[in-house]
Write a protein that binds this ligand. Sequence first.
Ligand SMILES: Cc1cc2nc3c(=O)[nH]c(=O)nc-3n(C[C@H](O)[C@H](O)[C@H](O)COP(=O)(O)OP(=O)(O)OC[C@H]3O[C@@H](n4cnc5c(N)ncnc54)[C@H](O)[C@@H]3O)c2cc1C
Length: 382
Amino acid sequence: MDFRLSEDQLMFKKMFADFCTNEVRPRGEQIDQTEQPPVDLLQKAVDQGFWAALVPEEMDGAGLDTYTYMLMLEELARADLSTALILSVHNSLVVKPLLDHGTDDQKDRYLEALAFGQMLGAFALTEPAAGSDGGALQTTAMPDGEDYLLKGTKIWVSNGELAGLFLVFARAPEGITAFLVERDTPGLKVGYREKTLGLRGVPCNTLYFDLARVPQANRLGREGHGLKIAQQALDLSRLGIAAIALGGSERALEEAVKFSIEHIQFGTPIAQKQAIYDYIADAKAQIEALRCLITYAAWLADSQQNFGQYASIAKLFGSRTAYQVTHKMLQVHGGYGYMKEYAIERYYRDCRALEIIEGTSQIQQFLIARDVYQAEGLKIRP
Ligand SMILES: Cc1cc2nc3c(=O)[nH]c(=O)nc-3n(C[C@H](O)[C@H](O)[C@H](O)COP(=O)(O)OP(=O)(O)OC[C@H]3O[C@@H](n4cnc5c(N)ncnc54)[C@H](O)[C@@H]3O)c2cc1C
């Protein structure tokens, strides 16, 4: 077993770290406070290959393996969680399903624009009555000549108001089906942007489909295969959320260590108090355990093995780790941690979303338990 990074992985890690430290990190506070997505920063990220992370080299992409892609998300999250989530949704939930299920024509029409900064991707599954239960979605896709007409409402679509291409799930005659929907499709309206606790640089919008006309040529995969496509994309994106949780937890630890060395009470830095260094030790232990989980799940993915259960385990453990670590690292800061001047306040709010997005912790628990019981011959239901 060899845990060392290859020369290529080291090179990418350094490139990600340089960009994230120099360009992304200094912008985190401003992105949060203005609630504006970092459009110029995202454009700069195009040149570094962040939009084309998973696109094969022969198509002029970065061609990252899963593990190196996780390093990218970790570095982004360490610098700013909003930027990390925007690029994670784009790569894991739009570019990857297009690569896996797209026709040659669909790849010809969209891949270059997605990879090189002309079109950001967004993923539209959730509806008011279909959150954890994606199979209950009510948006319909009725065939009409060479097209489908989409009707319904999607909520909380990350990247909504920035996106050029939406991967939309709707109910067609043969069942739930995936569609590539361009932003200027007649009948599609990008609506209300939510106010959120954290991740305030990620525009999270409602989409209205009022008989939006989508050509059959934009159906991704077969009719009725939409949930399989979503599930496969969510396996990768959940592992990505674990990597974002890792980066967020590392940043929280870094901020708390720095603060505890500088901050004096009772005549010594608080780093000398056992209650404080116990917190630091626990956080470090959780972070390193999470890194091992992500490494293992990514190795499964890169060796073409089923990694879905480990993606769920990594997401469950990772999002909890980020929640617990940011909570404790804020406590290390005392009252300063409650003030907007300190980055830990932002990380505490941003990381809270990780237990909810792309499948809640309770749904990950169900998926993990389902596999455990399945091995014993018992089928459990959500
Ligand atoms: C910031 C943010 C960004 C998002 N971005 C996107 C996006 O880009 N695209 C998209 O499609 N969606 C997006 N979502 C939606 C997200 O995927 C859903 O919020 C999530 O899947 C949970 O659905 P829900 O919120 O409707 O909760 P519900 O499903 O209504 O669940 C409510 C509570 O009940 C629990 N629960 C539900 N069913 C079960 C069960 N069977 N067993 C045990 N507990 C259960 C849940 O865990 C939760 O605690 C986003 C959400 C947020 C907050």
